[in-house]
Design a protein around this ligand. Structure first.
Ligand SMILES: *[C@@H]1O[C@H](CO)[C@@H](O)[C@H](O)[C@H]1NC(C)=O
Ligand SMILES: *[C@@H]1O[C@H](CO)[C@@H](O)[C@H](O)[C@H]1NC(C)=O
Ligand SMILES: *[C@@H]1O[C@H](CO)[C@@H](O)[C@H](O)[C@H]1NC(C)=O
Ligand SMILES: *[C@@H]1O[C@H](CO)[C@@H](O)[C@H](O)[C@H]1NC(C)=O
Ligand SMILES: CC(=O)N[C@H]1CO[C@H](CO)[C@@H](O)[C@@H]1O
Length: 459
């Protein structure tokens, strides 16, 4: 945190310095010659800006990386072919450009043994950052075209064993699983949310993006899943952050070839795990930043145009007024489940729903069905099942060992509060969770026995 603040001070200082330097000799340590920078905006073959990372810091390690996390120095302006090598991967978007991380040539950024989260591996291993203006980025993505392999989007409620599932799926030959690639977090945070909180941020984006954010989402998926030369990739799993579950409908609309999974956990277990995770962060940070974080999360995570629009608006208002960890996180969780229900009922997304405890109870059967849904081969399940015995988030502070000691049960008061939250969404009490798929919102879908509901109903 302190390092991050120092970096910000340094960045302000350097910005001033570069401003003066630019005025005097038309050169900046960050962006090079002014005329080159100007040219990069219009000329496609000089539009990629390569910078060396001199220093990096994030206030909290699980935040989405942005330009302010880096102290960068100018190297060159190049053609978009600079984005093609295997050691270059899409890191995220700013309102003006797409950012790429360049790792050392022999480092496999896609190998999940380097760390449980793709965005963390990118951030810690990157040597250079490439940036490309968004309009050129979209042209680059159009030239690439749709991904050659199979793409699977794994939406989830967070803390539900989704990292374990990606580890299992990686057992399928020629499969890469990206855990929390943040291009998609950027897209949903700023662009698709129609809630008022984001109007200001949205205005920072060029008009062609504001009018058609789908295009950026499509381009992001195409570029994140670009061809890799050093190994055969037939299946690409994109496991999103929990808040991005609300984006599944957009992805289904824009990239109909993507296959969808929704992973969750029975609420009591889920909330216990949520709470143990929140407890793993320093409490000062929690109290200072959590209301902000949770308010944004609710804005992003909640589906719109549902019967619960008014409920959700009220809950969002209450976050700051009356912040309570457990209640607010339970509300976010309900909103994510609502995404699943709404999108399924409206036929927007063909999700394969998977409950963590059900996966653990009958791993082989469930994995087989899940892989079948994703059009992935099911011949060699042993390798997939081996992942079960490994801690799936090792290399990260949230690993199970860290959390296990913090597990807690709820007091009676907390139970009442949680059930009140559940009721606001017409969900059953946390102990009758099994009934959730017979809720009123699901009624019109009751006699439609899609493969979707099989697993839940069996329980
Ligand atoms: C990334 O890969 C390219 C091509 O393989 C190579 O020329 C370049 O030096 C690599 N970058 C770094 C930072 O190692
Ligand atoms: C959900 O995602 C947000 C944003 O990345 C993160 O801060 C939060 O810890 C996640 N919650 C859970 C329960 O995983
Ligand atoms: C995460 O864990 C490592 C090693 O256990 C520690 O050095 C690091 O400071 C931790 N990071 C945070 C944000 O707690
Ligand atoms: C529902 O399932 C039954 C048997 O499991 C099948 O006969 C019937 O055609 C299915 N209905 C629909 C609408 O898919
Ligand atoms: C319904 C359910 O899953 N209940 C379990 C929740 O977790 C606690 C321990 O964390 C178990 O004791 C419950 O049986």
């Amino acid at each position: 945190m302190l390092v991050y603040i120092l970096l910000q001070v340094l960045l302000v200082f350097l910005k001033g310095f570069n401003f003066v330097l630019k005025g005097i000799c038309g050169y900046s340590l960050y962006s090079g010659f002014v005329k080159d920078k100007t040219a990069s905006k219009t000329e496609y073959d000089k539009c990629v800006h390569r910078c060396r990372i001199r220093f990096r810091a994030k206030p909290v390690e699980n935040l989405v990386a942005c330009r302010n996390n880096f102290l960068l120095s100018h190297i060159s302006y190049e053609s978009p072919s600079a984005l093609l090598p295997d050691n270059v991967s899409l890191m995220g978007f700013t309102p003006t450009s797409a950012l790429f991380a360049v790792v050392p040539e022999n480092f496999d950024v896609y190998d999940s043994d380097h760390g449980a989260f793709f965005f963390m591996v990118q951030f810690s291993q990157a040597i250079e950052v490439l940036s490309i203006p968004l309009h050129h980025f979209i042209r680059f993505a159009d030239d690439l075209g749709d991904p050659k392999g199979n793409v699977v989007l794994l939406s989830n409620t967070g803390r539900c064993g989704s990292t374990l599932l990606t580890r299992m799926m990686e057992g399928v030959p020629n499969t890469i699983a990206l855990s929390e690639p943040d291009f998609i977090t950027n897209v949903d945070l700023r662009l698709f949310s129609v809630r008022s909180r984001f109007r200001v941020t949205q205005a920072n984006y060029p008009e062609f993006i504001q009018n058609n954010p789908d295009k950026l989402l499509e381009a992001g998926i195409r570029v994140q899943c670009k061809p890799i030369k050093f190994r055969q990739v037939d299946h690409m799993i994109l496991k999103t952050r929990n808040v991005s579950a609300s984006l599944a409908a957009n992805v289904a609309r824009v990239c109909p070839y993507v296959r969808h999974i929704f992973m969750y956990r029975a609420p009591r277990k889920n909330f216990t795990s949520y709470m143990s995770m929140v407890g793993a962060f320093p409490s000062i940070l929690n109290n200072l930043f959590m209301p902000d974080v949770v308010e944004v999360m609710m804005n992003v995570a909640s589906p719109i145009h549902t019967n619960f629009d008014d409920v959700i608006e009220l809950l969002i208002k209450d976050v700051r007024r009356d912040y309570n960890h457990l209640r607010c996180w339970a509300e976010v969780w309900c909103m994510l489940i609502l995404c699943y229900l709404e999108y399924t009922n409206k036929g927007l997304v063909n999700f394969f729903p998977i409950d963590y405890d059900e996966l653990i109870r009958a791993p082989e059967k469930n994995l087989r069905a899940l892989l079948g849904h994703c059009h992935m081969p099911t011949e060699n399940l042993e390798k997939c099942l081996r992942a079960l015995s490994r801690d799936s988030q090792k290399g990260c502070n949230l690993s199970q060992d860290n959390l296990r000691s913090r597990k807690r049960d709820f007091t009676d008061k907390q139970e009442i509060m949680l059930n009140e939250v559940m009721r606001k969404f017409n969900f059953p009490d946390i102990d009758s969770w099994i009934d959730v798929f017979h809720l009123p919102t699901n009624e019109n879908n009751n006699n439609n026995n899609k493969s979707n509901n099989v697993i839940i109903c069996e329980k």
